[in-house]
Write a protein that binds this ligand. Structure first.
Ligand code: ZN
Length: 122
């Protein structure tokens, strides 16, 4: 059973437990409270990206940030993502600011690099 199959199996167990209603009784599956299974589901999902930065949390629980600066003689920028706590970081990515969305595209590349590094799968 792989990760996705384990998540699907657990989701079905929880869904079935939700359909059985015993008033004032905690829902269980084989006498194990349902919230245990929900914790397992959460672990199987893994870390989720921050809604603002799009970066998943660092393995040390630090909150990664983007770092960018001007680079070279022409309108270009370099950027990486780094954890302020353990200083894990991505490679440096570069872009010429030739279009309005160049900075956005660069940030997405850095985000994908960080999230891949942290094991996040879309
Ligand atoms: Zn860290």
């Amino acid at each position: 059973m792989n990760r996705e199959e384990a998540a699907e199996f657990t989701r079905k167990l929880v869904a079935r437990a939700e359909t059985i209603v015993f008033p004032k009784t905690p829902k269980t599956i084989n006498n194990i409270p349902v919230f245990y299974f929900e914790a397992v589901l959460s672990a199987l999902r893994g870390p989720q990206p921050d809604p603002i930065t799009g970066l998943v949390m660092c393995g040390c629980k630090g909150k990664p940030e983007y770092h960018s600066s001007k680079y070279g003689y022409v309108a270009s920028v370099k950027m990486h993502a780094e954890c302020p706590d353990c200083h894990a970081k991505t490679a440096e990515y570069y872009a010429f600011l030739y279009s309005d969305d160049a900075l956005e595209v660069l940030q997405r590349r850095v985000m994908d690099a960080w999230n891949t590094m942290r094991g996040y799968k879309k």
